[in-house]
Design a binder for this molecule. Structure first.
Ligand code: GAR
Length: 193
C-alpha cells in the first residue's frame, strides 16, 4: 500500500474526498501526513477529525523556500512517504522537494490545462466565456500548473451557469476524479514493479 502525504492550503474538500475513498475501500493508500502552509486553513480541522498527523508551518518564519522544504522532506522521510498529493496547495514546489520526490508529486487543477493556470482558474474560465472547462491531474515539475498530464475531464459551461454553479460542478468532478486517478496510477505502478 502506498503511503501518501497531502499538501493543502485551504478548505480541504479534496483532502476529504481522498480520506473518504480510502475509508470505503476505493483507494488503497494511507495518508501519513497533512502538510499545510496556513494556520487558519479549514483543512486542519478536517485532518484533526480524521486523526491525520499534521505538519503546519508558517513560510514567513523561514529564510527561504529551501529551508522550509528541507524540513518538510525530513517529516516525509520520517514517515516513509511514497507520494505527495497536492490538493489546493497554493505554492510552487521548489527544487528541494522536486529532487527528493522526483516524478512522485501529483497536483489537481480546476481547468483544462494548459488553459487557465494559476489562481482562481474557475473564475478565469468563467470570465473568459469559454464553453468548455474541466479538471486536470498532472505530475508536478518546476512550473506553475505544468508537468505531464495524467488525467483530464471536461465539462460544459451552460448559459444558466454562474461562477458558483460552475465551481460546484468542477468540485464534484474533482472529488471523484482525484481518488480514482491516484488509485489507477498506483495500480499501474504495482503491475510494473
Ligand atoms: C481545488 O479546486 C484545486 O483544484 C485547486 O484548489 C482547490 C482546493 O480546494 N488547486 C489549484 O488551483 C492549484 N493551482 P479544496 O481545498 O476544497 O480541496
Amino acid at each position: 500500500m502506498k503511503k501518501i502525504a497531502i499538501f493543502a492550503s485551504g478548505s480541504g474538500s479534496n483532502f476529504q474526498a481522498i480520506m473518504d475513498s480510502i475509508k470505503i475501500g476505493n483507494l488503497d493508500a494511507s495518508v501519513e501526513l497533512l502538510v499545510c502552509d496556513r494556520q487558519d486553513a479549514y483543512v486542519l480541522e478536517r485532518a484533526n477529525r480524521e486523526q491525520t498527523p499534521i505538519f503546519c508551518f508558517n513560510p514567513k518564519s523561514y529564510e527561504s523556500k529551501a529551508e522550509f522544504e528541507s524540513e518538510i522532506v525530513l517529516e516525509l522521510n520520517k514517515r516513509n512517504v511514497d507520494y505527495i498529493i497536492l490538493a489546493g496547495y497554493m505554492r510552487l514546489i521548489g527544487p528541494t522537494l522536486l529532487n527528493e520526490f522526483s516524478n512522485r508529486i501529483i497536483n489537481i487543477h480546476p481547468s483544462l490545462l494548459p488553459s487557465f493556470p494559476g489562481k482562481d482558474a474557475i473564475g478565469q474560465a468563467f470570465r473568459a466565456g469559454v464553453k468548455v472547462t474541466g479538471v486536470t491531474i498532472h505530475f508536478v515539475d518546476e512550473g506553475m500548473d505544468t508537468g505531464p498530464i495524467i488525467a483530464q475531464e471536461a465539462l460544459n459551461i451552460d448559459e444558466s451557469d454562474t461562477e458558483i454553479t460552475l465551481a460546484e460542478k468542477v468540485h464534484e468532478i474533482e472529488h471523484r476524479l482525484y481518488p480514482e486517478t491516484i488509485q489507477a496510477l498506483f495500480q499501474k505502478l504495482s503491475v510494473i514493479n
